[in-house]
Design a protein around this ligand. Structure first.
Ligand SMILES: [Zn+2]
Ligand SMILES: [Zn+2]
Length: 300
């Protein structure tokens, strides 16, 4: 997940470090990891990531956000298995999270919300760009505001004085406030009812679809979703785009897609290395990182 200079990795399945290497996006600034829950298929990759950092990559610190059960398991994995008394190559900081805002930057924030799944402390994440007033170039042109720092300052809400002496206020060139882009990421989930509210009207929903409707009893037993359930949630919550993840390798992708699309026609499946850009009202697939596809490992 990228937002300007911020990068967030959500969950870290086995082999994540190899995929990052292969994808060419690199480890730069990859210092914040959000964990949805403590099942091994969502945390094992942290061991590989740490071992890479122990060998040759350097970053200043790694911030890991998760529920306390997940953090306990990650702590055991990193300190008990990978490091075993060795010094961590960077500062490892654990941030136990609860429902509410867990990260805030100047123009966006991330909140955690509870998700029902097996085990305690499972969370989903809402990425929210702060609302802003768009710059209207036609108004700026009509006022003959020259290109350059004046326009930038106006965008930032400052009144400017032009070289010809006129004073222009932001209100003269900014449109009405527009809500920022919102994206929800749900890891494993056994129910969708309580997710409706947080998903309401978001631009994009990334969510698991481990089972097909034909095995909904298994989905229920293991507290996972079927593609149909995920699509119904997206439909009822009126989300802009639906991106399915965590597919079982027992199914063919097109069957999962067919089931989801029978409810939510635009549903897509995220493959490894896929890179999407979510903007207000649109989802753009960025075709810059071709790479192999692999299914999620089984859960433990
Ligand atoms: Zn799980
Ligand atoms: Zn899982």
């Amino acid at each position: 997940m990228l937002h300007d200079e911020h990068r967030f990795l959500i969950d870290c399945g086995e082999g994540t470090q190899l995929q990052i290497l292969q994808s060419g996006i690199g480890f730069k600034c990859l210092n914040r990891i959000l964990i949805t829950h403590g099942h091994l298929d969502h945390i094992l990759g942290l061991a590989g990531l740490l071992s890479i950092f122990m060998r040759w990559e350097t970053i200043e610190g790694l911030e890991i956000y998760g529920g306390s059960w997940a953090l306990e398991r990650i702590h055991d994995l990193l300190f008990g298995v990978v490091l075993r008394g060795a010094r961590a190559p960077m500062e490892l900081r654990f941030h136990p999270i609860q429902e509410g805002v867990i990260f805030e930057a100047e123009d966006f924030c991330i909140s955690a919300f509870p998700v029902y799944h097996r085990g305690p402390d499972c969370f989903g994440f809402l990425f929210e760009e702060k609302s802003r007033r768009p710059f209207l170039p036609e108004k700026a042109d009509a006022l003959a505001i020259p290109q350059g720092p004046w326009r930038r300052d106006l965008v930032n809400g400052q009144t400017v004085e032009l070289p010809d002496g006129r004073r222009i206020t932001p209100d003269q060139v900014l449109g009405p406030e527009r809500p920022g882009t919102r994206l929800v990421h749900v890891g494993d989930a056994g129910r969708v009812e309580e997710l409706r509210r947080v998903c309401q009207g978001v631009d994009a929903l990334v969510i698991e679809a481990t089972y097909l409707d034909g095995e909904s009893d298994m989905a229920q037993e293991f507290a996972h979703l079927t593609a149909r359930q995920a699509a119904e949630l997206a439909l009822k919550a009126g989300v802009g785009h639906l991106i399915l993840t965590h597919l079982s390798r027992r199914y063919r992708e097109r069957d999962v897609l067919a089931e989801a699309r029978s409810v939510f026609p635009g549903a897509i499946v995220a493959r490894d290395f896929d890179h999407f850009q979510v903007r207000r009202g649109e989802l753009v697939k960025v075709e810059d990182r071709p790479g192999p596809v692999s299914a999620s490992p089984p859960e433990a």
